[in-house]
Design a protein around this ligand. Structure first.
Ligand code: OGA
Ligand code: MN
Length: 322
């Protein structure tokens, strides 16, 4: 991707992290975020899918303020209301994906919060389970485990994964409509755990976010494979058979040749990705249960014509609401 490292903004440079996607960006000043800068980040995201910015100096308020400049923001109210959780952060636009409990202690293995967070260890696209899926996610580091204890975030390039499929496979999967559920991810991340074998965690007893598997990524004009650990079944196919097909595709897209890890180094590190052309997952580490890993995310609704999938434009339900 060497031909795509220049930027119209003087001093801004892209340093590719992988042969087909992801780049680290230098020369952007987050002390004064302008719309020109946001537009440039979006332009580069259409190419790279994932951008890494080091030591931005952003705090919660400026993180949220900047995120509004990217598009309509999703919020955490359904999760707080539906699951009886407490929001420990200053804004309902901040999704708390770290391992810090509302009382400041470190989330311990085996607690319900930890069981639910295990979802993030599997490749996914944010909010695939909602009627309006996520477009960009902006994840900011606040507190990190000491080096050597793991906790990177790994990304997968689903446009290149699609490109590499055989023509017959492309034809076979072309019209598949996938039903996505947060509960599919939660259950499969905790196989056999009786705590999640209740109706409350049964995907079939809740709504699905329906999205096409193969679709045009409008920002780049390339084709994307929209698969996720939330994917549960395919319209018109027996549930078990659909799930088998989806798990095969998820494994395929997550092969090492399509993936790129991003190490978090310092508080203020920011990673922005496009959920409509990449997947991501959290990498396990020895920090778990011992060291704080405090990462906070804002989530921009997909602003493309594919945002609502087959869920009806303007649907107001969101996963997590009672
Ligand atoms: C997220 C997410 C992964 C991580 O913020 O949406 O999945 O590494 N994060 O914490
Ligand atoms: Mn995520």
């Amino acid at each position: 991707m060497d031909d795509k490292t220049s930027s119209p903004i003087p001093g801004v440079q892209y340093h590719p992290l992988h042969p087909t996607f992801a780049a680290e960006v230098t020369g952007m000043d987050f002390a004064n975020v302008t719309q020109e800068m946001v537009d440039e980040i979006k332009r580069a995201l259409a190419i790279y899918g994932v951008l890494v910015f080091r030591k931005t100096g952003l705090d919660d308020a400026r993180h949220v303020e900047m995120s509004h400049m990217f598009g309509d923001l999703d919020d955490i109210k359904p999760f707080v209301a539906g699951l009886g959780q407490t929001n420990r952060l200053s804004s309902d636009y901040l999704f708390d994906v770290g391992n810090v409990n509302p009382d400041g202690t470190i989330t311990q293995p085996g607690t319900m919060r930890e069981l639910l967070l295990r979802c993030n260890y599997h490749f996914h696209a944010d909010s695939a389970f909602n009627p309006r899926r996520a477009g960009y996610s902006l994840l900011l580091a606040h507190h990190l485990p000491p080096p050597g204890h793991g906790g990177a975030t790994e990304f997968a390039d689903t446009r290149t994964a699609y490109d590499d499929l055989s023509q017959s496979e492309k034809d076979r999967i072309n019209d598949w409509v996938v039903n996505n559920s947060q509960l599919q991810c939660r259950r499969s991340a905790n196989p056999g755990n009786p705590l999640l074998q209740t109706d409350e965690f049964d995907p079939m007893k809740h709504r699905f976010g329906k999205h096409r598997l193969v679709q045009t990524h409008e920002a780049s004009g390339r084709t994307n494979l929209y698969i996720a650990a939330h994917s549960h079944h395919i319209d018109g196919m027996p549930v078990d058979e659909g799930l088998r097909e989806l798990l095969k595709l998820l494994d395929y897209a997550g092969q090492p040749k399509y993936t790129c890890p991003v190490e978090w180094r310092d508080p203020g590190d920011l990673v922005i990705w496009d959920n409509t052309c990449t997947l991501h997952r959290s990498v396990k580490g020895t920090y778990e249960g011992k060291y704080k890993r405090d990462l906070r995310r804002t989530t921009v609704h997909d602003m493309s014509s594919q945002a609502w999938g087959l869920n009806g434009e303007g649907a107001t339900w969101r996963f997590g609401l009672p």
